[in-house]
Design a protein. Structure first.
Length: 423
């Protein structure tokens, strides 16, 4: 049982590389199934967000090459070499990486809470795909408790910043008074909902929510107010929007250069702010070249993040100490798993001895032997059988001078010869 992780993130690769290995919800189940069909992989979890794609695998034997090959085969563009952008960890390094991700210590926005929900979604997806095993189940249960402890015991989450918050902050660099403007939200997932809540807190009231599922868009409108529309209506509504924030799981861009050119003409060149928070991107990069359009991708949020992150950096040291403690605890659990087969074998031997002595006692009772005598023989037989092998090995250890084995036996059998009254 070996733990291995392989990933790509905002720290190792730009958005145009990350989007090549993003797994949308419609692809996730089949991807998990494919991963666990690899010879060396026994269990798998895939975490895929706008900032990262991470594969966590339990391996039968330590052979990560099939996982590397599989990810390379699943990139969208054949002319991109992923190897310079990948990070990989094994064993406790992989556990530490998972804990840091879940706690927000590896996020673009230090300590942002949204990643924990995404980690939980990845866990649930693996559970539904039946690709979770004992190793990854325990790892991710630990992730959840570590993240909770970091947020409870440190001040890392005291400043309310996230990718959604940063996007709204960036809006304010273009439009000073957000409440005067119309916001078009494309998508209706958690990131868009967070953006909507931040905008509502700044008195924005005019919302258009566009989503593939009209029902989901209408649910978000209950929070924001405004109007829900389907994605197909976007071309006729773009000109109404002063601010566009998009985060969908679409594998192809939703907003193209032509559509935005037309919208700008209809608006008589009044500016439009666009925050594309999706990976793969929802907005064609060429849109950035248009006059009167301010287009920002998730990678552009670094500047806003830097201004809001100082309060959390002070708490990072405390959070890292918690991670150290939890990695040590996970190490103890891993070590205990290695003893499981030995413990199972030992218990099986004891059970076989118990069954044999009990059967002998039953035959003696059936033959009419006194119960007291049968019980005495049962106790003596169990004692002799269970003590025979350990005492024989202890004698051999003493004869050969194996003092380390004798010292280990004192701990294992909880013995203290100095307290023996018969010595």
């Amino acid at each position: 049982m070996f733990l291995f992780s392989l990933g790509i993130s905002h720290q190792t690769a730009p958005v145009e590389v990350r989007e090549q290995v993003a797994f949308g919800p419609e692809r996730l189940n089949s991807a998990l199934q494919e991963l666990t069909r690899l010879t060396s992989v026994s269990e798998a979890v895939i975490l895929s967000t706008c900032n990262r794609t991470e594969l966590f695998c339990g391996l039968h034997e330590y052979d990560p090459q099939p996982v590397l090959n599989w990810l390379d085969q699943n990139r969208a563009a054949v002319d991109i070499d992923l190897s310079p952008y990948l990070n990989q960890y094994d064993g406790l390094g992989a556990a530490r990486h998972a804990f840091r991700i879940a706690s927000g210590l590896d996020s673009m926005v230090l300590g942002e809470p949204q990643i924990l929900g995404q980690v939980k979604q990845a866990y649930r997806a693996s559970d539904e795909a039946k690709t979770l095993g004992k190793l990854l189940n325990h790892l991710f249960q630990r992730c959840f408790s570590v993240a909770k402890r970091v947020r409870t015991d440190t001040a890392i989450g005291h400043n309310p910043i996230s990718v959604a918050y940063a996007a709204v902050q960036m809006c304010r660099q273009v439009f000073a008074n957000l409440e005067r403007h119309t916001v078009l939200l494309i998508g209706a997932g958690e990131t868009i909902e967070l953006c909507a809540r931040h905008l509502r807190a700044r008195n924005v009231t005019r919302f258009i929510v566009a989503n593939r599922s009209l029902d989901r868009a209408q649910q978000l409108v209950k929070i924001t107010g405004g109007e829900a529309i389907q994605l197909g209506e976007l071309p006729t509504r773009l000109a109404e929007a002063d601010i566009i924030i998009s985060s969908t799981a679409s594998p192809l861009p939703i907003l193209g250069k032509g559509a935005m050119e037309q919208a700008i003409r209809q608006r008589k060149h009044r500016p439009i702010f666009i925050a594309d928070l999706a990976v793969p991107r929802d907005v064609e990069p060429e849109v950035a070249a248009l006059d009167d359009i301010y287009l920002y991708s998730v990678d552009d949020l670094h500047q806003v993040v830097a201004q809001n992150i100082q309060g959390r950096e002070a708490a990072q040291e405390s959070a890292e100490l918690i991670i150290d403690q939890e990695v040590e605890a996970f190490s103890g659990w891993l070590n205990a798993q290695r003893a499981t087969p030995l413990i199972q074998t030992y218990r099986k031997q004891i059970e076989q001895t118990r069954s044999a002595e009990l059967e002998r006692a039953r035959r003696a009772l059936a033959a009419g032997h006194p119960p007291a005598e049968v019980l005495e023989n049962l106790a003596r037989g169990l004692t002799n059988k269970l003590a025979h092998s350990p005492t024989h090995q202890l004698t051999l250890a003493a004869e050969t001078g194996a003092t380390d084995l004798l010292a280990a036996a004192e701990i294992l059998l909880q013995l203290n010869p100095d307290e023996n009254p018969d010595r």
